[in-house]
Design a protein around this ligand. Sequence first.
Ligand SMILES: CC(C)(COP(=O)(O)OP(=O)(O)OC[C@H]1O[C@@H](n2cnc3c(N)ncnc32)[C@H](O)[C@@H]1OP(=O)(O)O)[C@@H](O)C(=O)NCCC(=O)NCCS
Length: 234
Amino acid sequence: MNHKALYQPLYHHATPHGVLTAVALPPEPKPVPTSILDQLAEEEAAHAADLRGFRQVQFVGGRLALRHAAAQLGMRLPAAMPDDRGAPVMPPRIVGSVSHKHSIAVGMVARSNGRTLGVDIEEYEPARMGIAPKILRPEELATIEAMPEENRWLALLLRFSIKESIYKALDPYVRRYVGFHEAFVEPDLEGGARVELHLANGETGFEVDARYAWLEGRVLTSVRIGRTQPSSDS
Ligand SMILES: CC(C)(COP(=O)(O)OP(=O)(O)OC[C@H]1O[C@@H](n2cnc3c(N)ncnc32)[C@H](O)[C@@H]1OP(=O)(O)O)[C@@H](O)C(=O)NCCC(=O)NCCS
């Protein structure tokens, strides 16, 4: 993956939920060069100039990834500034979501069709089985504990990542912190997952479609959420 220049697209990936673009990030939190900031919308570049360290690197990488993904769909994005809850604001009828890890940022963009989008990327290593009780509902924990030990971490990581994608796709509807125990996730063997929401505030009427893929030592997940029925929750 290091053959490509920093802040340039590593790959584009057509997914059932939209176009995903991955951008290479530097391993050190050096200030982002002006030549790179110039590739962002003016307002994004001004926002990035106020950020420091990895936060600046990640913000810039995420926005570049969104921009390149949109270009794959023939769209030129206006500035995708963070809203009051931290989500990138997209133009009407377009949805987009961002995730970053140390050496990579991803952005996924799609036409919305009334549905929201969340994306998440996670590294396989290091395994952190200790997070299981925080992330999993008791019935999910029981499923994972019944697995052969060597399968448990990836089974947990997949559920963790899908839940983070759920969080991002659900936020535009509920606009509140949603805990990990508010969703049940059962991945299948074909890159999908059954998701049940158990929302603490009793919000209902969501249709959740979750996908996952293994990409170069990472898990990539995305979630699309629509409304199943008119609701007074939103
Ligand atoms: C918000 C959260 C999901 C971000 O995930 P993360 O692994 O920390 O970081 P990622 O790199 O994957 O994602 C960061 C991006 O998420 C996006 N984001 C942040 N807040 C968001 C929100 N409320 N809604 C949608 N997207 C949001 C932003 O684009 C951000 O990148 P940017 O600031 O550079 O634009 C996470 O920090 C969090 O709070 N998780 C706990 C809650 C949870 O996941 N519950 C599960 C419910 S089932």
